[in-house]
Design a protein. Structure first.
Lengths: 215, 173
């Protein structure tokens, strides 16, 4: 056995391990393996690979399908950060609710809220049997932002929030589907000027009013 | 304890440890990259958010995170009114060892995919042609337009490099 032959047969070990050799060549390799300990060791070191390759389908192997899409980690970091801000906002709204409760005791109609680190706004709320919802209306240059916190509402397929103006005009704010879960928070927007809002209404999919939120 | 500040490195570390295997599992279960991506994102976000609820006495962190992912996969199928594809049956879910096997399979698959990805295109292609598509050296030589000797030597070096890559990842001893 010359060195050249040995080197050539050594390089055939990959094809041998993956079963891609023709029968004649295969027996040539096998004859060599019997006589060559280093090649036997080399083959042994490759032996686990076919079994591992079998974990993937052809598409997964050829198209890199299992690769996690790029930017996924950054999106997660952003989402976690967003999560933190939402929590802080929730705390802010809670503080606002407390402020409203205190103000009601003082018999004020509409209270301007100055939360610690949130936007200023007017809190509207609906209370009754099976109904609990609050909305903070925050004036914006383009109209108003409405931060809703829905506890409980009569069952319906979907809900829509409307802003009702002093002149009776009705403007759309937000809508969502009934989901089997309490404590929905969402933010809607509306062109109406915050100072013109008389109250907010939540209606169901048939446009029946299910809740009235007063300041 | 809710975290007061988010350390991006901590989130990235969580992502690096789990995103690959979870994505493998989710993609195989739902068959849609976009949906699988959302499921993984949601899984890790929930894991992060609820880290204080993880109880080491009740199982490993791996199992806990994987259980979150599995439930999201099941939710996904429910929403679509379809039966899960790869997800274990309810019966199996109760057995931690079955969950662990599933997780191990996903982890191992993902490691192999990572190893393959680390190869040069030439090396990966020769493995795809011969191993996955069943071509002989002669057929691969024809399909790839290179001499048979080149196919053989690429296969040999491809496997050697793959072994090294998998050793580095810790997939093989």
């Amino acid at each position: 056995m010359t060195n050249r032959e040995h080197a050539e047969l050594r390089r055939a070990l990959g094809a041998y391990a993956l079963g891609a050799l023709e029968p004649s060549e295969r027996s040539e390799v096998e004859d060599h393996l019997e006589a060559c300990q280093p090649c036997r060791d080399e083959l042994a070191s490759l032996a686990a690979l076919p079994g591992l390759l079998a974990r993937l389908s052809e598409e997964e192997a050829s198209q890199g399908l299992l690769e996690v899409p790029e930017g996924h980690a950054d999106r997660l970091i952003a989402a976690v950060g967003e999560d933190r801000r939402t929590e802080r906002r929730r705390v802010t709204i809670w503080r606002s609710v407390a402020a409203v409760a205190a103000a009601v005791v003082l018999a004020l109609g509409i209270v301007l809220i100055e939360p610690f680190d949130g936007p200023s706004g007017v809190m509207y709320a609906a209370q009754g049997s099976g109904v609990s919802a609050t909305a903070m209306v925050v004036p914006r240059g383009w109209g108003m932002e409405v931060r809703l916190n829905v506890g409980e509402l009569p069952e319906a397929r979907g809900y829509t929030v409307w802003a009702i103006g002093d002149d009776g005009h009705r403007a759309y704010v937000a809508s969502w589907a009934d989901v089997d879960r309490a404590g929905i928070e969402l933010v809607g927007s509306c062109y109406m000027d915050a100072s013109e809002v008389a109250h907010l209404e939540i209606s169901d999919e048939e446009d029946r009013v299910v809740a009235v939120l007063d300041a | 304890m809710p975290r007061e500040r988010v350390d991006p490195d901590e989130v990235r570390a969580l992502h690096d440890d789990y995103a690959g295997p979870l994505f493998t599992f989710a993609l195989r279960s739902v068959g849609d990259r976009g949906a699988a991506e959302e499921i993984v994102q949601d899984t890790l976000l929930r894991a992060w958010r609820n880290a204080d609820r993880y109880d080491p006495a009740r199982g490993s962190l791996d199992t806990w995170i994987f259980a979150i992912c599995r439930n999201l996969v099941i939710d996904h199928h429910r929403r679509r009114g379809a039966r899960p594809r790869v997800v274990a049956t309810i019966d199996e879910v109760g057995h931690p060892s079955a969950v662990h096997d599933e997780l191990d399979r996903a982890l191992e698959s993902w490691q192999v995919a990572r190893g393959l990805r680390s190869l040069s295109d030439d090396h990966r292609r020769v493995i795809v042609e011969t191993y996955y598509r069943g071509a002989s050296v002669a057929e691969a030589s024809e399909r790839l337009g290179v001499p048979e000797g080149t196919v053989k030597s690429r296969m040999y070096y491809a496997l050697r490099n793959l072994r090294l890559a998998l050793e580095e990842i810790g997939a093989v001893g």
